[in-house]
Design a binder for this molecule. Structure first.
Ligand SMILES: Cc1cc2nc3c(=O)[nH]c(=O)nc-3n(C[C@H](O)[C@H](O)[C@H](O)COP(=O)(O)OP(=O)(O)OC[C@H]3O[C@@H](n4cnc5c(N)ncnc54)[C@H](O)[C@@H]3O)c2cc1C
Length: 416
């Protein structure tokens, strides 16, 4: 039986554990924390084939410079003299062109549809409960500029075979009769689903434990020993582990682990924030992205509603900036004037670090230097959506089977 060590217990690491266990491996997951919080918990919960446009676009680079000095803006790069950040930034700017954006659409659609199919299969497992709902997602716009963008996105979605339609102001309001919406219209991506990430993570952890996966908390991987062709041992502060295969799924910290493996992985943390009302007086029937405000709103798990956003390229050591949360709540009010959400105390605000690759596509596959190491990270804004699919792909790669979809676009060392 093959022994596999997975480094990182977020949605990507745990999904991978599920598929590897099913295919007969001995699986151990090491996490530097205790599996109870990471980026996979407080996110917006979208499982969204509609997000076939990656983070790196010509528009975001232009907009990013404009937003740079606004503390409430949704996109921000903290200027730092940090070589990995500079390298990532140069690669990001290089990737942010129409040709790359066009090339990313099919691989992103395919992995998202695969993943959605897998999540749907999980809903049939009796011990899995994660409030999965396939109701669609609205991208709401207030300006002519974003309306035009929405028309292009709709056209492209149809070209990709995704179910989506345009809603004018009246049709949008009819979808959400419980509150006034200040907008010109929306695209309704019927192809999208959503879930309650906190419950998903809990279900997954319980399921893995019950099925014999070993989950070890407070095990930060600090050192890796190898011979010239394979990794031999992994060291944490007080233990060492041997395995036939290693999967690096350490989210925003995967670059550091890749460098222990003499492998370059352009990856930076993109911090985002969310606020959840557990018993919300404000109701929405459908999840919504506020296009100008770059805010995600998700009604989830009954009466809960979550507001999330901002992409802050920063160090994981920089204290959170509560002004970003003010920016999120201000944007909500501009679209939903009846939503009066007071700024919560800092301890009620969740934040997490998206593992951002340099082109917005994940890194999934083997590395060149060692024959027994697979990387699975870099999902940026889409790690939850693509998590189950990534787990399935990694299992196929471990067993050298034909992958369910073409994974060429996700090659780990594509930047050289
Ligand atoms: C506000 C916000 C909203 C979002 N909304 C969505 C959404 O709607 N849909 C979507 O698809 N995505 C969304 N995302 C993105 C998504 O949450 C992430 O892409 C995803 O959670 C990343 O999962 P992961 O498993 O790669 O990393 P993580 O969940 O961060 O897990 C990585 C784990 O690795 C562990 N680790 C790190 N270093 C080590 C080490 N040296 N040794 C051992 N363990 C280590 C960490 O402790 C952590 O538990 C959102 C993100 C944010 C911030």
């Amino acid at each position: 039986m093959r022994n596999v060590i997975i480094i990182g217990g977020g949605i990507v690491g745990l999904s991978t554990a599920l598929y590897l266990k099913r295919s007969g491996c001995n699986v151990t997951v090491l996490d530097k924390n205790d599996f109870s919080n990471n980026c996979s918990y407080g996110n917006a919960g979208y499982v969204c084939p509609s997000h076939f446009i990656p983070l790196a676009t010509p528009g975001i680079v232009k907009q990013g410079f404009k937003w740079m000095f606004n503390s409430k803006s949704p996109f921000y790069v903290q200027p730092r003299l940090n070589w990995p950040l500079i390298e990532w930034g140069l690669q990001f700017i290089k990737s942010a062109n129409n040709k790359q954006v066009e090339a990313a659409a099919i691989p992103l659609r395919d992995i998202a549809l695969l993943s959605q199919h897998e999540y749907e299969s999980w809903t049939k497992l009796t011990d899995f409960k994660f409030s999965y709902e396939h109701k669609g997602l609205m991208e709401i716009f207030q300006t002519e500029e974003k309306a035009e963008h929405a028309h292009h996105a709709l056209e492209k979605a149809h070209e990709l075979g995704l179910d989506a339609m345009m809603l004018d102001k009246e049709a949008l309001q009819k979808m959400e009769p419980q509150t006034t919406i200040n907008a010109l219209g929306a695209v309704l991506f019927k192809c999208d689903a959503h879930l309650y990430p906190n419950l998903l993570m809990k279900s997954l952890i319980d399921h893995l434990k019950k099925n014999g996966v070993v989950l070890l908390s407070n095990q930060e991987v600090k050192k890796i020993e190898s011979d010239h062709e394979a990794v031999k041992k992994i060291f944490t502060a007080d233990q060492s582990f041997e395995a036939d295969e290693i999967v690096v799924a350490a989210g925003s910290w995967s670059r550091e682990i890749a460098s222990l493996l003499d492998t370059k992985l352009p990856l930076v943390p993109g911090r985002g924030y969310s606020v959840t009302l557990d018993d919300s007086p404000y109701k929405l029937n459908h999840p919504a992205v506020l296009m100008e405000g770059r805010v995600a709103i998700t009604p989830m798990d009954g009466n809960k509603i979550r507001f999330g956003g901002t992409m802050e390229i920063t160090s994981t050591k920089t204290p959170p900036r509560m002004n970003r949360v003010v920016g999120i709540l201000n944007a909500v009010k501009r679209y939903f004037p009846e939503f009066n959400i007071p700024m919560p105390a800092q301890e009620k605000v969740w934040y997490g670090y998206r593992p951002c690759s340099a082109d917005g596509l994940p890194y999934i596959g083997r590395i060149k230097k060692y024959k027994n190491v697979i990387i699975a990270t870099g999902h940026s804004m889409l790690g939850l959506s693509l998590g189950a699919g990534t787990g399935k792909l990694v299992d196929e790669i471990v067993h050298d089977r034909k992958t369910s979809i073409d994974v060429k676009a996700f090659e780990v060392e594509r930047f050289g």
